[in-house]
Design a protein around this ligand. Structure first.
Ligand SMILES: [Zn+2]
Length: 232
């Protein structure tokens, strides 16, 4: 399961992970907290006569097409962006989604980002909802959430966000799908090449670390320690 602040974030930052798991037969759900209608739709806003509703609708259609290419289902909370303000209603919805889906892992944003206030807020919110969903006393009687690991996907400028790559996922087998999802995001064409470079860079680092043959990678930071019986 992916918690995405804006409707396109999941494509750039986790599209490979989504497509990889979908290709293995997993059900992947992307929760888009907003459509990125105010803060990440500059190209649409330059069109004459544009309205908030038209931008939201266009970004929703793009996100649906991108998710379809990647093999994910989407849930839109329409919580607004720039500024994003997430209240009790949104929290209750996300808690219920966690409890209904019982995700095996959660992907979301970095905990810090001086360039973007919605992204760390979404990460905080994803984690708060996870913990509330684990609480026996919250809306008692239902099935509580276990303890799915949380992975933070790569922010736009990782060095400024106190974010470090701790897991390099080989997304080479699904790169074509990730790039196809990029091209659906017509409003953010300036990012296609940028995120191809990021994937190549992480791929090169992934190939160097375990001496693995891979071309495209996607990096994540862990929130919780990896629990294992082997040192590998
Ligand atoms: Zn965003």
């Amino acid at each position: 399961m992916v918690v995405s602040a804006h409707s396109a974030d999941f494509v750039w930052r986790a599209g490979g992970g989504i497509a990889l798991y979908a290709s293995r037969g997993w059900q992947v759900t992307v929760v888009c907290l907003s459509f990125g209608e105010r803060g990440e739709s500059a190209k649409l806003w330059r069109e004459p006569g544009m309205t908030l509703e038209r931008v939201k609708s266009a970004r929703q259609q793009e996100a649906l097409r991108a998710a379809e290419i990647l093999g994910a289902q989407t849930v839109f909370l329409d919580a607004g962006d720039y500024p994003m303000r997430l209240g009790q209603d949104a929290l209750d919805k996300l808690v219920q989604i966690y409890r209904d889906l019982q995700p095996a892992f959660i992907l979301t944003h970095s905990l810090h980002d001086p360039y973007n206030f919605d992204h760390p807020l979404a990460a905080h919110f994803a984690q708060e909802a996870r913990i509330v969903a684990q609480a026996h006393g919250h809306d008692p009687g239902g099935r509580i959430l276990g303890a799915p690991p949380v992975f933070l996907f790569e922010p736009h400028q990782p060095e400024q966000c106190e974010w470090k790559p701790q897991l390099l996922l080989d997304i080479t087998p699904v790169w074509e799908k990730k790039y196809a999802a990029f091209t659906v995001m017509a409003a953010q064409e300036h990012l296609w090449e940028y995120y191809e470079r990021v994937a190549l860079q992480r791929g090169a680092q992934g190939a160097r670390n375990p001496n693995r043959k891979m071309k495209y990678g996607e990096a994540y930071q862990r929130v919780f320690p990896q629990v294992t019986e082997v040192l590998e």
